[in-house]
Design a protein around this ligand. Structure first.
Ligand code: FO1
Length: 318
């Protein structure tokens, strides 16, 4: 069994490669829910949905969120009613949020609602999707502080287009959960044959998962070898604000700075060819450094990255 810690777009692409070379039912994905929010009374889980849509082949590769060729008629109608419409929900995407919200209202927890969505989506596309486990069933909203104010994650990310400088990230909701991690989170780390930290933002995508009580401890104690892939290439994030956030929070915006954040549990750190010169710095942290092509532009490059990562973790997964 392979367990992956995942945020949104970068993780979804890596998982496409992984699901192409390993049986999906052997893959367990622990997903960040710090981005989750309610809009128009509906419960929206951006990272869960990005992974589900991408693995089902329904995602919009250009935007990185929502469903390909979706329409926005409902959104327009809401706007005409005077509703805040800065967070765009496509018509087909809305069906996901209506379905999830109904299940939650009827008493399901988020893991159960996610499993129901995974099963429906698997049926629709005629192939099984990997197991998705939300990091927790409790609300765990991430908040960020800019020079002006504290913001909800989506206010910062979508409404303000990640423009303000981030001076602090608040993961205290993830750290103080009423019910702790969702069932299966700790077990899937402890019983995995290999664990992979996907190329997601270490501060706002992987950070919330690591803040969930017991997760970091499980990563430190599992017998599985753990690999991480840098989302920073040549000092820049391919998508999103990871590079600017790493810099403004004082970590430095290099692949080596990402390795530093995972230093206490990662065995193998995979970084891009552009960062070959950082190899000694990463290895000085007690990790094996692998330098390879990490930009995932084609099905082949996604599979190759997954193969390289698994091969470095276990000979028999090569
Ligand atoms: N990102 C945007 O930049 N603008 C949007 O209007 C937007 C809508 C949206 C709707 C559903 C969904 O699941 C994700 C959506 N995202 C949107 C992406 C999302 O806010 C971020 O990509 C993640 O939270 C960061 O990982």
């Amino acid at each position: 069994m392979i367990t992956v810690l995942a945020g949104g777009v970068g993780a979804a692409k890596f998982l496409q490669g992984l699901a192409a070379i390993r049986p999906p039912n052997e893959i367990h994905v622990i997903v960040n829910t710090g981005d989750d929010a309610q809009f128009h009374g509906l419960y929206v889980c951006p990272d869960i949905d990005t992974i589900l849509y991408t693995l089902a082949g329904l995602g919009d590769p250009e935007r990185g969120w929502g469903i390909c060729n979706d329409t926005f008629h409902c959104q327009e109608a809401l706007r005409r009613l005077g509703e805040a419409a800065w967070f765009q929900l496509g018509d087909q995407d809305l069906a996901t949020h209506l379905y999830r919200t109904r299940l939650l209202r009827e008493g399901a927890n988020l893991a159960e609602a996610t499993e129901a969505l995974r099963q429906q989506m698997s049926r629709r596309v005629h192939h099984p999707l990997p197991h998705l486990i939300p990091m927790t069933n409790d609300p765990a909203p991430t908040r960020v502080r800019t020079s002006a104010e504290w913001l909800s994650f989506q206010e910062y990310f979508v409404k303000l287009r990640q423009e303000p400088e981030v001076l602090e990230v608040d993961l205290s909701s993830a750290a103080r959960l009423q019910n702790g991690p969702a069932p299966g989170v700790i077990e899937s780390i402890l019983t995995a044959d290999a664990v992979v930290v996907a190329p997601s933002n270490p501060l706002i995508s992987i950070g919330p998962i690591l803040a969930v009580p017991g997760v970091r401890e499980a990563l430190r104690t599992t017998r599985a070898r753990i690999g991480a892939i840098s989302p920073i290439i040549g000092g820049k994030a391919l998508k999103g604000p990871a590079d600017r956030m790493m810099a403004s929070l004082g970590f430095g915006s290099t692949a080596a700075a990402v390795a530093e954040l995972y230093r206490d549990f990662v065995d193998v750190f995979v970084m891009d060819q552009q960062d070959a010169a950082l190899r000694p710095e990463v290895e000085s942290k007690g990790m094996q450094a692998i330098v390879t092509q990490t930009v995932m532009t084609s099905a082949g490059s996604k599979e190759q990255l997954a193969r390289t990562m698994l091969g470095a973790l276990r000979d028999d997964l090569r």
